[in-house]
Design a protein around this ligand. Structure first.
Ligand SMILES: Nc1ncnc2c1ncn2[C@@H]1O[C@H](COP(=O)(O)OP(=O)(O)OP(=O)(O)O)[C@@H](O)[C@H]1O
Ligand SMILES: [Mg+2]
Length: 478
């Protein structure tokens, strides 16, 4: 493999691997971020609402208790607070309507001073206030409530709580999630690497195989290694290269057979021509004999090239226009043409054609099918033998059978007789001027008409070819 191609392939592979890995990383990272934020935020919100209800309730209790006092004074408030016996709060402030502190549980109480705390100001304006904060490793919650008597605000109560216990639980939960996420991330990265590495290695194998096939090595196969779509791709690739290999083998065989077929008569012509020119004083009779031989070899050459051209046109899909052809009439006229050959071989020709058996086909194709089958039936027959051609219609199909009492075809050769240049007995066929292409033409013509051809041994010796073609229905036009 050339260096630039190798470089390009590496870039392609690493590109695919990088994109796959990046995709996985982004997905995993998004999942882990969600895992680390959502549960913590949800638990924090639960604590917030729990704090709101508990602190608001406590503030209400204090406010209601103080509302029962005749006058709000420091001592009165202190007594009520003692009676309530509230615990767990970081700070409690009670003010009068002018925001002057009457009671304060801070380490340095601000009694007598103005309480310039926004929550108290809002409470003095008849508002119930609650704030909760989760920072510095603690939940800091603050609630304020007005103290009302006879519809008038006579003071405000402010309570503050600092909860580190629940904060610790949430922080520990967060830390544990982070550790698990870290381990999961490392594991996912390792798995992503292994997976993408394996995936790209398999793709590389396939692309290498494709390149090898492109360079002409059709024997290249990829060994399937799994049960996924890529394995299916491998099998598709293998069957594609198998077909390519077969086609290539057929092409080579065809070229070599064709050259051989053309070489033989050409060599004979040359030999005969050389003999005439190099033999001095050759008598006219021998010259005529040699020239006649040259002519028959040239004729064989012409027949072979015509058949080769016919096959090559069929391979290229070139087809003449289809017309409605009466198979029985074509059979009768073809047999009339073959009568001299049959007579020469002392073979009797019989034709039994049902009228009205029509197929839609190029006229010459139908003629080629019948001619080649009947010609073979005569050529490969025995003296005093016979050839029976029958045509009949059967449930939308036209059945043409050509049966002979000839030498027959050995069972082992039957599967090959439609192959190009295949002859059972090369010497005998050649002697009869055969090139081994007639049945290939018949096979291709029948297939192009959407029909089938079968061959079998005839009881009592000889061969039977049966061609089944779709009938043409004049009324329907198909
Ligand atoms: N009716 C038959 N009886 C016995 N053998 C046959 C018969 N038809 C075909 N064969 C055998 O099959 C071979 C292939 O036939 P095919 O018609 O393709 O070639 P061919 O007759 O040798 O030459 P071509 O038809 O091209 O002039 C023949 O060479 C012959 O050996
Ligand atoms: Mg033939």
């Amino acid at each position: 493999m050339s260096a630039p191609v190798q470089k390009k392939r590496l870039r392609f592979v690493s590109g695919v691997q990088f994109k796959l890995a990046l995709g996985f990383f982004v997905l995993i990272a998004a999942l882990l971020i969600l895992l680390n934020t959502y549960p913590v935020a949800a638990s924090r919100d639960i604590v917030f609402s729990e704090k709101e209800s508990s602190l608001s309730e406590q503030a209400s209790v204090i406010s209601a208790s103080l509302a029962g006092l005749d006058t709000l004074s420091g001592d009165g408030v202190a007594q009520v607070m003692d009676l309530l016996g509230l615990s767990g709060l970081e700070r409690i402030i009670v003010t009068d309507a002018a925001a002057r502190v009457l009671y304060d549980t801070a380490s340095t109480p601000a009694e007598g001073k103005l309480a310039l705390i926004s929550e108290i100001i809002l409470a003095l304006n008849s508002r119930r206030v609650f704030y909760c904060d989760f920072s510095g490793g603690a939940f800091v919650s603050r609630a304020a409530m007005p103290i009302s008597r006879d519809g008038a605000v006579v003071g405000a109560v402010y309570i503050c709580e600092r909860d580190t216990e629940q904060a610790d639980i949430i922080l520990a939960f967060r830390d544990r999630l982070a550790t698990v996420s870290l381990v999961a991330f490392a594991l996912a990265c390792a798995l992503t690497y292994v997976f993408t590495q394996r995936f790209t290695t398999r793709i590389t194998r396939l692309s290498q195989a494709i390149r090898t096939v492109r360079e002409g090595d059709y024997a290249q196969r990829v060994v399937p290694d799994g049960r996924d779509e890529l394995t299916e791709l491998y099998s598709d690739f293998n069957s594609m290269t198998e077909t390519l290999q077969k086609t290539e083998e057929q092409r080579r065989r065809f070229v070599s057979d064709a050259s051989h077929e053309l070489k033989t008569p050409l060599a004979a012509i040359r030999l005969l021509a050389d003999s005439i020119t190099e033999t001095e004083g050759m008598d006219m009779g021998t010259v005529r004999e040699f020239v006649a031989d040259i002519s028959s070899e040239a004729e064989r050459l012409q027949r072979t090239t015509e058949k080769l051209l016919d096959l090559s046109r069929r391979d290229d899909g070139v087809r003449a226009n289809s017309v409605a052809v009466n198979v029985g009439e074509t059979a009768e006229s073809t047999l009339r043409l073959l009568a001299p050959l049959a007579e020469g071989n002392s073979v009797t020709l019989n034709c039994d054609a049902e009228p009205g058996c029509i197929v839609l086909a190029p006229e010459d194709d139908m003629y080629q099918i019948i001619f080649n089958l009947a010609e073979n039936a005569i050529k490969y027959n025995v003296p005093e033998g016979s050839v029976n051609v029958k045509v009949h219609c059967d449930e939308g199909f036209i059945i043409l059978s050509v049966e002979d009492t000839g030498i027959g075809i050995p069972d082992d050769d039957l599967p090959n007789i439609f192959s190009r240049f295949y002859r059972v007995d090369k010497a005998r066929s050649r002697e009869r001027g055969g090139s081994g292409l007639g049945l290939s033409i018949v096979h291709d013509a029948v297939a192009a008409l959407g029909g089938k051809i079968n061959v079998c041994a005839r009881d009592g010796g000889g061969t039977r070819f049966t061609v089944t073609l779709p009938a043409w229905n004049e009324e329907v036009g198909t």
